[in-house]
Design a protein around this ligand. Sequence first.
Ligand SMILES: *[C@@H]1O[C@H](CO)[C@@H](O)[C@H](O)[C@H]1NC(C)=O
Ligand SMILES: *[C@@H]1O[C@H](CO)[C@@H](O)[C@H](O)[C@H]1NC(C)=O
Ligand SMILES: *[C@@H]1O[C@H](CO)[C@@H](O)[C@H](O)[C@H]1NC(C)=O
Ligand SMILES: *[C@@H]1O[C@H](CO)[C@@H](O)[C@H](O)[C@H]1NC(C)=O
Ligand SMILES: *[C@@H]1O[C@H](CO)[C@@H](O)[C@H](O)[C@H]1NC(C)=O
Ligand SMILES: *[C@@H]1O[C@H](CO)[C@@H](O)[C@H](O)[C@H]1NC(C)=O
Ligand SMILES: [Zn+2]
Length: 327
Amino acid sequence: LHTIPYDIISDWMNQIVKDHPDLVTRVEYGKTYEKRTISLLKIGLNTEAKKKAIWMDCGIHAREWIAPAFCQYFVNQILQSYKTDAKMQEMMKNVDFYVTPVLNIDGYIYTWKDNTTRLWRKNRSLGPSPDCYGTDLNRNFDANWGTVGVSFNCSSNIFCGTNATSEPEAQAVTYFVGTRKDDFLCFLTIHSYGQLLLLPYGHPNYTASNYEELMKVGQDAAEAIKKVHGQNYRVGTSPDVLYPNSGSSRDWARMQGIPFSYTFELRDNGTFGFQLPEDQIQPACEEAYSGALHIITYAHNQIYSGAVAVTAVTLWTLLLAAGVTLM
Ligand SMILES: *[C@@H]1O[C@H](CO)[C@@H](O)[C@H](O)[C@H]1NC(C)=O
Ligand SMILES: *[C@@H]1O[C@H](CO)[C@@H](O)[C@H](O)[C@H]1NC(C)=O
Ligand SMILES: *[C@@H]1O[C@H](CO)[C@@H](O)[C@H](O)[C@H]1NC(C)=O
Ligand SMILES: *[C@@H]1O[C@H](CO)[C@@H](O)[C@H](O)[C@H]1NC(C)=O
Ligand SMILES: *[C@@H]1O[C@H](CO)[C@@H](O)[C@H](O)[C@H]1NC(C)=O
Ligand SMILES: *[C@@H]1O[C@H](CO)[C@@H](O)[C@H](O)[C@H]1NC(C)=O
Ligand SMILES: [Zn+2]
C-alpha cells in the first residue's frame, strides 16, 4: 500500500462506483474553501426499508496521511468481505456506510506540494489577518466551541476559527449528518497519530450519557486491534488520555444524539509520527479495520440482532392484551 495524492483518490472513488454499481454511489455534499467538491462513497444495498447509517471521515487534518489510506482500505475491505461474509451481507442490508476518504481536500493537496508543506494540519482559508492561513477544522464544530484546547490566534495550529462552523468543510459535515442524525448509529473520524480510541467529550466538565458503554465497546475494539499485530491502543476521553479540546466533530456528533462516536488516532505512537513509513500502512490499516468493525458490528447488533424475536414477543403481548386467542 502507498499513500496517494488526491486526484488519484478521486479516480479511485469513481472506479469503486464503476466496479460495484449495485452497492456504491458517490455523493457530493459540499465545497472546500478553495472550491473543490467534497464527496463521499455511500455503500449499501438498495432496499425498500429505511436504513440506519454509519459515518466515517478521513483526512480532516491534512498531514495525517495514514487516515485517507485507511478509508480506502476500509471501503475495499467491506466490499470484499460482502462477497463471502454473511454478517457483512446482513449489515449492508440494514445500514448504509458513508465514507469520506479526504475531508480537508485543500489541506491534503497542500501537504503534497513540497517538503516545507508536508506537516500542514489545518485547512487553507485565509485568516482574519494577512499571512495567516487555516482553521483547525477539528476545533471548528459547534460543540462547546472555543472553550478549551483551542487558540484564537490564527497562526496557531489549533485556531478554532472566528465562529463555530465558520469553515465550509465543517459546514458540509454539519449539514449532511445533521439533517440525517437520527439515522446514524456510528460516527467514526480517523486521525493519526498516537494509537488511541477517543470518546466524547473533549471538554473535561461534560460526560457522555453512555460513557460506560462507549468505554466498554472501545476497550473491546482495542483488544480486537491488539489481536491483529500486537499493537496497544489506549481508550478514553480526550482529556483522560490526550488533552482537553472543544469543537471536535466527534463531540458534535455525540451531542446530535449519535450514540457511538469515536476518534481513531492510528499508528504510530510517536516514533515516526505523521510520516509513517510505507511498510506500516498495511498493518496499521489491518488492525484499525478490526477495531472499527467491532464498533460498527456492536452498534448494528444493538438495533438489528434479535429484532425478529422481539417483534414476535411484542406481537404476542399485543394480541394477549387485545384478548385475542391464538389456536
Ligand atoms: C525533501 O525531502 C527529501 C527526502 O527527505 C530530500 O531528499 C530533499 O532534499 C528535500 N528537499 C528539500 C527542498 O528540503
Ligand atoms: C479554512 O479556514 C478559513 C478561516 O481561517 C475559512 O474561512 C475557510 O473556509 C476554511 N477552509 C479552507 C478549506 O480553507
Ligand atoms: C500567534 O501565534 C504565532 C505562532 O505561534 C506567534 O508567533 C504569535 O506571536 C502569536 N500572536 C499572539 C498575539 O500571541
Ligand atoms: C459569529 O457568531 C456571533 C455570535 O453568534 C455573531 O454575532 C457573529 O455575527 C458571527 N460572525 C460570523 C462571521 O458569522
Ligand atoms: C470546569 O468546571 C470548573 C468548576 O466549575 C471550572 O472551574 C472550570 O473552569 C471548568 N473547566 C472548563 C474547561 O471550563
Ligand atoms: C511505542 O511503541 C514501541 C513498541 O511497542 C515501544 O517500544 C515504545 O516505547 C513506544 N513509544 C511510546 C512513546 O510510547
Ligand atoms: Zn488529527
